[in-house]
Design a protein around this ligand. Structure first.
Ligand SMILES: [Zn+2]
Length: 83
C-alpha cells in the first residue's frame, strides 16, 4: 500500500511538476555546451581554455525546454484557429 502511495505521488509530481517547471523556467542549459556557450579545451599548460563557439545555442548557452516548445506550438495553433 505504501509503495502504491509513493508511486502515485511520484507520478503526480511528474505530471504537474514538469509543466510548472516549464512555466517558471522555460530556458535551460544547452546540452551540447552545458550552458557555457562555447566548447572548452585544455591548453598546453593544463589550464581550461575557451574553445569554439557553440553553434547549437548560438553562444547563448540556453535552450528552450521541450515542454515549453510544445506549449508554444499548441498556443499558436489555438490562436490561429480561434481568430
Ligand atoms: Zn550550446
Amino acid at each position: 500500500m505504501l509503495l502504491v502511495l509513493v508511486a502515485a505521488i511520484a507520478v503526480l509530481a511528474i505530471v504537474f511538476g514538469y509543466p510548472l517547471l516549464c512555466y517558471l523556467s522555460p530556458l535551460t542549459a544547452c546540452r551540447r555546451c552545458d550552458g557555457w556557450g562555447h566548447a572548452t579545451k585544455t591548453g598546453r599548460d593544463g589550464q581550461l581554455r575557451r574553445g569554439k563557439d557553440c553553434r547549437r545555442c548560438r553562444t547563448t548557452g540556453k535552450r528552450v525546454r521541450i515542454g515549453r516548445r510544445i506549449y508554444e506550438r499548441a498556443a499558436e495553433v489555438h490562436r490561429l484557429g480561434s481568430k
